[in-house]
Design a protein around this ligand. Sequence first.
Ligand code: 1QQ
Length: 381
Amino acid sequence: MKSVRVVAFAVALVAVSVAAAVAWLGTEAAYAQSAWRFGAVLVLSGDGAAYGNSQREGLELARDTINAAGGILGMPVEIIFEDSRGERTEAVNAVLKLINRDRVLAIIGPTYSPEMFAAGPVADRARTTIMGISTTAVGIGEIGDYVFRNSLPEEGVIPTTIRVSKEKLGYRTAALLYSNNNDFTKSAAETFERELRTNGVELVAIETFHDGDTDFRAQLTKVLQANPDVLVVSALYKEAALLLQQARQLGLDQPVVGGNGFNSPELYRLAGEAAEGAIVGSPWFPGRDDPLVQDFVARYQERYGRVPDQFAAQAYDGLMLFAEAARRSGNPTNRQAFRDALAQIRNFEGVTGVFSFDEHGNPMMDATILQLRGGEYVEFK
Ligand code: 1QQ
């Protein structure tokens, strides 16, 4: 009896070990990749699709540039694209799928700050690097050790936008208009408010709306009565375009200063003349006299037939940063080594500028102040 039990135990033990070995082999097999597989979660449809489609183009150009030069350590780069439609839950689901099913090494995106505040902690808990290429609200890098961004936060852009625009335009009073159900537009509005006050500008009206709103006339009528010297707007391009059109119709012809939502040429396509002259800060300036920038602009233009916008440029730089981290880490299945290599990158030369991450995974770089003229972003002088 006793020996039967021992044998049964031994058999069970072997069975368990075999199962464990098979499971281990299975994981290893899934991990034994012959490509650097990354995921990208972008707003590819819906109201903000122009942001995400520019990002997709920038990523594809970077991917093909890397692969045409032989890949990274002899292995090609692969990107699995997911459309979040700008929705937090979609972004979370996409991140889970990329991590667990596709077993990507790391993730680029999501496009919007609110999406990152939802999906960033999910990637962080799974110890998988996630890097925003357009998220600009305060506190993104601080979400966790595996959360990065190469997009310059509004906190790093707006102080220059306000200082330079005030110097040139000499405004003394301002109206601030912003969407207050979006982490990014809210965060940027707080920074605008602080910087306006710091520069001695009096806020004579503060008006809010929601993402998705289409009628801004009630708020604009109050702004008209307050008669500010300048309109400061923190909104995504769709709301910003409608707001600017309605403002001009009501007779508000003041200069306009915008936040990062203004960096898509879609703003001008939707708003037309109402957006003419709008001022916005960005690390990206396609006219920069730098061979790296001009080579990128020429290749992008050849492939897509237009000048790359900020979102395409930051996406391009984002994948190039990932490629550098991949090269340094040396292993397409080691997520920890990848994260550590990315965190250590200093003085990386991208088309949007020279990158270093601070201790929270946020970039430190300079901004240029731009003005929309005839649908193009030119240096504001
Ligand atoms: C954010 C942004 C948007 C303009 C990205 C498209 O800056 O959500 O943080």
